[in-house]
Design a protein around this ligand. Structure first.
Ligand SMILES: *Cc1c(COP(=O)(O)O)cnc(C)c1O
Length: 221
């Protein structure tokens, strides 16, 4: 079932779009089933859950942290995490840089942007992202790599609104890419992580190239 769901989604999306299977709250057996179907990229929103799954599952899995990250937990994932999608403050990026240095490992990150008016969502405004990337503190980091942006649309049935918000996330991506290019750090900036079970097709129309899909693969939570 899980394997079939993954294959079905992969058939629907272009080869240029990477599928992250969001396995939060699901048991390791479910992840193993997806793994056995050939899938390797999984997303979790809690550090503790991600680490405990990492410890027991095959080591060639790419682990993506997609939920809000507290600075005091960065140390647990810095040694192995594939991509942190949820960088939402300069302080967090500073901590990731520090932990990357300790592990002698450049940690790949996305900047999370919030283009909704929902109180519950984390992320930078475009202006805050602009200021972060142009700050002296940011320019001094050597153990973080900004690979693109992440975001979410509002929780609504209004498809025009969702499409508009995804287009705004694409604008954020272009801004980040331009600033990094100016600083000579833009080569790795190519990821646009937006789109979930309910809206990944709309997201891809608005140039997402990384979709984070949970319930459409593993069932409802
Ligand atoms: C849970 C979650 C998803 C996946 O949501 P589904 O609707 O189950 O596909 C994607 N991104 C983030 C940040 C999440 O927390």
């Amino acid at each position: 079932m899980i394997g079939a769901n993954i294959l079905k989604i992969k058939e629907q999306i272009p080869a240029s779009v990477q599928l992250i299977a969001v396995s939060k709250t699901k048991p390791v057996e479910a992840i193993q089933e997806a793994y056995d179907a050939g899938h390797r990229a999984f997303g979790e929103n809690k550090v503790q859950e991600l680490v405990s799954k990492y410890e027991v599952l095959p080591k060639d899995i790419e682990w993506h942290l997609i939920g809000h990250l507290q600075t005091n937990k960065v140390k647990y994932i810095a040694p192995f995490v594939h991509l942190i999608h949820s960088v939402d403050s300069l302080k967090l990026l500073e901590t990731i840089d520090k932990e990357g240095r300790k592990n002698n490992r450049i940690v790949s990150c996305l900047l999370q942007f919030d283009v909704t008016n929902e109180e519950t969502k984390f992320g930078f405004t475009p202006q805050e992202g602009f200021e972060l990337l142009n700050s002296d503190a940011f320019k001094a980091f050597t153990f973080v790599r900004i690979c693109g942006i992440m975001g979410m649309a509002s929780n609504t049935d209004n498809e025009a609104q969702i499409a508009r918000e995804f287009a705004q996330l694409h604008d954020c991506f272009n801004m980040v890419k331009d600033i990094l290019d100016e600083q000579g750090k833009g080569a790795d900036c190519m990821i646009r992580s937006y789109g979930m079970s309910g809206d990944y097709q709309l997201a891809i129309k608005q140039q997402s190239n990384m979709v984070r899909v949970g319930s459409a693969i593993f069932g409802s939570r």
